[in-house]
Design a protein. Structure first.
Ligand SMILES: Cc1cc2nc3c(=O)[nH]c(=O)nc-3n(C[C@H](O)[C@H](O)[C@H](O)COP(=O)(O)O)c2cc1C
Length: 346
């Protein structure tokens, strides 16, 4: 099979296998839409609290809305209680009509883990089974997927038990981020565990006549990393997370690398214009002050590699209005335009 290929999750057909991972504080509607424009084949909302959904928290509902170009997407929920997860899944479907619900069994944050949710579920297969089954029961014909870690800590590697529980509960796909809860986001992800999961689910598929895919996440910072993960692990699809922050073009580049063997980096003016498109959408989805604060870190990333980028970033940290961003970047865009027209005349 070609490295870039379609993926099926239950009844969802995806044109390709390069996904945007759920990333709290980043993977909002505005950013997801920009990633799709640049070739992301499937997108996930950031994790949404089942408890908050059941309590009808309006802010939580905003997190799970569908972006304008999101033909299919997944809403990720987290929680330790099967009943609440079941009720939350009903609310998610009623409010969003999303095609897929993903269950977070990987978050390492102490506040989440101590409730029994997030990566605590990867080490508690019985609870993971009950939680996943409760969501599968609520989801009807919609796909339910599960995202796990490799285990709790170095001496408590539990991915196999977690995957088994997810499969028995009726999960339609499994994603693994092969770091332990104790690692957080430090050190390296262990792709050999991902490969072992691919083999494990492959055996399950053979004996159950199913075709459940496995998705990989962990240390994808360049297009070449995605190619390597697909080649080395046999994962059906891979997810960019930190590697896509401020660089939604990584999807375009990785698609080109997988299909043709090379890619052309996106020019700096296109990067900045994409930042403005994202800012505009974020203002519309939230409000100007919030959007401008949020876009500081994102514009800092968009301005990487641009001549005089360090000086720009010193100004970005003070930008509080759309006008502030325009003042910072309009002269830069103008300079690019002049340069482009001079090059055109040569
Ligand atoms: C700031 C941040 C927020 C994250 N939020 C979520 C989340 O809401 N749900 C989730 O399943 N994973 C979350 N993750 C994990 C990522 O989806 C991904 O699995 C992880 O970062 C490994 O990929 P990477 O090494 O390529 O960044 C988050 C990661 C980071 C760095």
């Amino acid at each position: 099979m070609e490295l870039y290929h379609p993926v099926r999750i239950k009844n969802i057909e995806l044109k390709g296998n390069l996904f945007l991972a759920p990333v709290a504080g980043y993977s909002d509607m505005a950013f997801r839409s920009v990633c799709i424009e640049n070739g992301a084949c499937f997108t996930y909302t950031e994790m949404v609290s089942a408890e908050a959904l059941v309590r009808k928290n309006l802010k939580t509902e905003i997190l799970m809305r569908r972006a304008y170009n999101e033909d299919v997407y997944s809403v990720q929920i987290f929680g330790p209680e099967p009943d609440i997860m079941n009720a939350a899944a009903h609310i998610v479907l009623e409010k969003t009509n999303c095609e897929c619900i993903d269950i977070n069994c990987g978050c390492p944050v102490p506040k989440i883990v101590k409730t029994g949710a997030g990566s605590a579920l990867t080490r508690d297969p019985d609870r993971l089974y009950k939680v996943a089954k409760a969501v599968v029961d609520a989801a009807g014909d919609r796909a339910v997927t599960v995202k796990i870690r490799s285990g709790w800590e170095k001496f408590q590697i539990t991915w196999k038990e977690a995957a088994q529980a997810a499969l028995e509960a009726g999960a339609s796909a499994i994603t693994i981020h092969p770091r332990t809860r104790a690692q957080g986001y430090e050190g390296h992800s262990d792709w050999s565990i991902m490969k072992a999961l691919v083999e494990f689910v492959g055996e399950w598929n053979k004996s159950h006549g199913t075709s459940i895919p496995v998705f990989g996440s962990g240390d994808l910072f360049k297009p070449e990393d995605a190619k390597k993960m697909l080649e080395e692990t046999g994962a059906d699809a891979v997810m960019f997370a930190r590697g896509a922050m401020g660089n939604p073009f990584i999807f375009k580049d990785a698609t080109s690398l997988l299909q043709t063997g090379s890619y052309q980096p996106v020019p700096p003016d296109v990067r900045i214009k994409t930042g403005f498109a994202e800012l505009e959408r974020l203002v519309k989805d939230t409000e100007e002050k919030h959007a401008c604060m949020e876009m500081r870190k994102r514009f800092a990333a968009y301005s990487k590699g641009i001549h005089n980028g360090a000086a720009l970033r010193l100004q970005i940290v003070h930008a509080s209005t759309v006008e502030d961003y325009k003042k910072i970047f309009e002269p830069v865009l103008q300079a690019f335009e002049e340069e482009n027209s001079q090059n055109g005349q040569l």
